[in-house]
Design a protein. Sequence first.
Length: 228
Amino acid sequence: MNQQLANMIDHTLLKPNVQDEQIVELCKEAREYQFASVCVEPCYVSLAAEQLKDSGVEICTVIGFPLGANTLATKVFEAKDAIANGATEIDYVLSISDVLNGRWEQVEREMRAFTELRDEANAGVIVKVILETCYLTDAQVVEACRLARETGLDFVKTSTGFGTGGATVDHIRMMRETVGDACGVKASGGIRTREDALAMVEAGASRIGASASVAIVTDGGSNEGSGY
Ligand SMILES: O=C[C@H](O)COP(=O)(O)O
């Protein structure tokens, strides 16, 4: 097992039919392999936080997930509630409609709202913006990354795992080139093997989001994924 790789992985379980015992198991695995975080739906943040007390594993959750289509006020409320319940990492889906309609000032406003709520939380919370790159042009990916860097977000992230495509090496390279050292880059969606994960790291990813994390670090492969 490659510990360095494990330390970079958000151990993810995002499905409509998740139950408590699966979250308990996810947390057990995260503690054992020392993954960076568990990534769970907001309704499971409290349970995960309780399970992972004093483990060093962060509690990541997803906001406006998976479509990014909620209004900003709803996303902000959801994020604050998740932090109050114990979330330390917030992965929010950006307003894809604003990007597609060229409303970049709205995209920026949303990013600033997230950096503000992160700074107000003042508890080592970090924010990642999920771009859902499968729906964007390269120019839109670059512009979103440029704004994320400018507004001070912590990470840019490729995918929800529920779109028409996941992380690609080309997108990761483009995202890293745009944010430089100012932000982390998270590759997620469709990463099933150690080989997939290492290709993303090689291209510039500093975090991997995956449902198949255990298979990745134990050198196997898996068909496990979030998507429908
Ligand atoms: O946010 C992370 C993704 O949902 C993970 O995608 P995956 O289930 O395809 O590994």
